[in-house]
Ligand binder design. Structure first.
Ligand code: HEC
Length: 195
């Protein structure tokens, strides 16, 4: 990834913090998300997970209302670096789950109608508490539906339920790094859930 992409990513994801909803009672004793042990991540997630859905569903986003019933793709949320060092956890809808959970690395073609929803949360260093991040969504359209982004439609919901203003190219220019995986980056290997 280029420095420029990183910079733009910081700008866009940074802008989200201004509307971040703070979860006052989810304490964290580390400042750097990479320092939080697995058990700590799970504890923080347990504290935040209901507030998360409460926030995402304040608007009328259909995925926000449904994704928790889909297949979870990791054993727990994890921090990969991309998406602003947030802890990430991806859910796959019925159409996507079978192929996605193979985590194949070559010639992947996701079926039209596949939807991946990735929830995110982070740490508010000053307050020492967890903070909600956005819900990031990729929807595979019918062939030819979005030729410039390999028929993927990118979208995102803020923690307050409002749609996030995003550019297709911003998301795609990074996701195109995983072209052989049909643009999917997959969770970190250590937390991947196989079916
Ligand atoms: C700087 C690179 C980068 C940018 C920009 C980016 N992503 Fe991602 N995205 C990733 C990485 C890396 C993962 C896998 C991380 C993980 O789950 O541990 C990922 C995972 C995802 C997933 C889960 C499906 C998958 O790829 O396995 C969705 C959905 C998603 N991103 C949506 C978006 C949307 C929507 C945008 C634009 C607002 C966006 N991404 C911008 C790097 C990026």
């Amino acid at each position: 990834m280029s420095l420029k992409t990183t910079f733009v990513a910081t700008l866009i994801f940074g802008a989200i913090s201004s509307t971040t909803v703070f979860a006052a009672d989810c304490k964290v004793d580390v400042e750097d998300p990479f320092d939080l042990e697995a058990a700590g991540v799970v504890a923080l997630y347990d504290c935040l997970k209901d507030k998360m859905v409460e926030g995402y569903t304040k608007g009328d986003n259909e995925v926000a209302a449904e994704y928790r019933n889909w297949a979870v793709t990791s054993t727990r949320p994890a921090v990969a670096g991309a998406h602003s060092n947030r802890f990430l956890q991806t859910f796959a809808n019925d159409i996507a789950a079978e192929q996605y959970l193979k985590f194949e690395e070559e010639s992947v073609v996701m079926p039209a109608g596949s939807v991946l929803a990735k929830e995110s949360f982070g740490i508010n260093k000053k307050k020492g508490i967890g903070k909600l991040g956005g819900l990031f969504i990729m929807t595979k359209l019918d062939a030819g539906g979005a030729p410039e982004t390999a028929d993927w439609l990118y979208s995102a919901v803020q923690p307050n339920g409002k749609p996030m203003k995003i550019k297709q190219s911003f998301c795609h220019n990074c996701h195109v790094s995983w072209e052989a995986q049909d643009m999917l980056a997959y969770p970190l290997e250590e937390v991947r859930l196989s079916n």
